[in-house]
Design a protein around this ligand. Structure first.
Ligand code: FES
Ligand SMILES: [Fe+2]
Length: 319
């Protein structure tokens, strides 16, 4: 057993920002304790496959080439469609029956490429978030993106958002006096209102209201209003059972500002939010998970959160 008594939870995870993957582009990733290849075909569709070719094991993301909506292996030229089927072997008359690469369910929405992970490869049972502000009039057109590799697990990050007392010690904020959290099916829905100072804008006081949804343990989608209206998307994509790739993106509403005014405001405002995310890292990277923590009456709804989170694990997957 590793540091966390969980497997990798099933759910939707960001595997790329859309802007990272142009038509004809191929990218390699290590997520879910596997090697993956991502490619965008000429039609614009993105596919995510297990990276090692079913033939003799070449990495399709290292030298693989997009042709139409298919990917050609760099080693012997077998060609795979986005659903993983081998559609051509240039030197054979018959294709072996099992000549296919596993294809992950993919969605692209809100400027994010989402892949569905399930340890038993079951089909999706919910959807990633819709983000209607992305691409809408009066909103900045692209995410201000941040990313980190953090030695922790998505469940620990999600638990942080219902851990009220840590706001004082770690984030130098009073725990939000107005707050609520509900666990509904595959989602956590929550809101909080408090004041904070924005370090990147000369410590200006900001009275904020934050309304969030976490569909599963892999992401959250947050509407943030204060001195600016923003939307935050956060992704917690497991690299393996012990580390994750964290993405954090912010888009702001222009509210009459010009694009260039807005760009510098959005960057400063988002930089302050990203600093708050980083404040948690030393705790996350060094803490242990207590299955039976000694909680007190001022703690947040950690037991309710853990009961909700348990649904995303498959019984015999703990590693
Ligand atoms: S290893 Fe991919 S075609 Fe041979
Ligand atoms: Fe935190």
């Amino acid at each position: 057993m590793g540091r966390f008594p969980f497997g990798i939870p099933y759910g939707w995870y960001p595997v790329a920002w859309s802007f990272e993957l142009e038509r004809g582009a191929v990218a390699k990733r290590r997520y879910f304790a596997r090697e993956l290849v991502l490619f965008r075909g000429d039609s614009g569709a993105v596919s995510v496959l297990d990276a090692h070719c079913p033939h003799l094991g070449a990495h399709l993301g290292v030298g693989g080439k997009v042709e139409g909506d298919t990917l050609r292996c760099p080693f012997h030229g077998w060609r795979f469609s986005g659903d993983g089927q081998c559609v051509e072997i240039p030197y054979a008359n018959r294709k072996p029956a099992q000549a296919r690469a596993f294809a992950y369910p993919v969605r692209e929405s809100g400027g994010v490429v989402w892949a569905w992970y399930h340890p038993k490869r079951a089909e999706p049972c919910f959807e990633p978030p819709e983000i209607p502000e992305y691409g809408a009039d009066d909103w900045m057109g692209e995410w201000t993106p941040y990313e980190w590799t953090v030695k922790t697990h998505p469940q620990e990050v999600a638990e942080n958002s219902v851990d009220w007392p840590h706001f004082h010690e770690i984030h130098h904020m009073e725990p939000p006096p107005d707050r609520d959290v509900r666990f509904e099916g595959h989602e956590i829905r929550w809101h909080a209102a408090t004041t904070k100072s924005v370090s990147t804008l000369d410590g200006a006081a900001d009275s904020i209201r934050v309304v969030g949804r976490n569909p599963g343990l892999g992401c959250s989608y947050v509407r943030y209003s204060g001195m600016g209206d923003s939307v935050i998307v956060m992704g917690m994509t497991p690299i393996d059972g012990e580390a994750m790739h964290m993405r954090f993106g912010v888009i702001g509403k222009k509210n009459g500002r010009s694009d260039s005014e807005m760009a510098s405001f959005q960057k400063a405002y988002a930089d302050d939010m990203a600093l708050a995310v980083e404040q948690d890292f030393p705790i996350w990277e060094n803490k242990v998970y207590h299955a039976a923590p000694r909680l007190c009456d001022g703690d947040g709804p950690v037991p309710d959160f853990r009961r909700w989170a348990a649904q995303f694990y498959v019984a015999d997957d703990a590693r």
